[in-house]
Ligand binder design. Structure first.
Ligand code: FES
Ligand code: FES
Length: 186
């Protein structure tokens, strides 16, 4: 058993846990932060993603001891941080996911949003390919990903005051229609 001190979502915390426990186990079973999901528990699904010193990590593969004296952000920390920053109810990524309907069961969402959060901080205006790449470690069994990508693009566009790009399915639909029209004209 060891006593760990970390900063979680802006607050200093202390938790006692067995040496072999992961960061995910400490967050969920010592600190009661169950937003980080225990999906596969072996590094495959990304549902346990949290930010450790600002970088996305799989908390199911991160020994809790390695987070000692470091800063951890979980999904529970996003909205309060935004509230402190500008009085908004939700972080812009959470808000865009909500408005774009980018979720169904919601299981993947905490990890997905934290990966997106890290991308938005690191890359001011990521391309669609960069967004897909940043989220490639976060699996969603429900949505098909299109609204998720649209939500991230919407949050980014709104941040820089630009018009959100067309949703992925809109450009695919336009390409299908163009191909069909060209076949009919041939
Ligand atoms: S629970 Fe950590 S990657 Fe699936
Ligand atoms: S919304 Fe169900 S797993 Fe993504």
């Amino acid at each position: 058993m060891r006593s760990l001190q970390m900063n979680v979502n802006g607050d200093p915390v202390e938790a006692a846990a067995p040496d072999h426990w992961t960061l995910l186990e400490v967050l969920r079973y010592r600190l009661g932060l169950t937003g980080s999901k225990q999906g596969c528990d072996k590094g495959d699904c990304g549902a346990c993603t949290v930010l450790l010193d600002g970088r996305p990590v799989l908390s199911c593969l991160t020994l809790a001891a390695t987070a000692a004296e470091r800063e951890v952000v979980t999904i529970e920390g996003l909205a309060p941080a935004q509230l402190r920053e500008d009085g908004s109810r939700l972080d812009p990524i959470q808000d865009a996911f909500d408005r774009c309907g980018a979720l169904q069961c919601g299981f993947c969402q905490p990890g997905m949003m934290l990966s997106a959060r890290a991308l938005c901080r690191d890359v001011p205006e990521p391309s669609r390919e960069q967004i897909r790449s940043a989220l490639s470690g976060n699996l969603c069994r429900c949505t098909g990903y299109t609204q998720i990508v649209q939500a991230v693009e919407t949050a980014i566009a709104e941040r820089v005051g630009a018009e959100p790009p067309a949703a992925p399915w809109e450009s695919e639909l336009a390409a299908d229609r163009a191909a069909q029209a060209s076949e009919e004209g041939a």
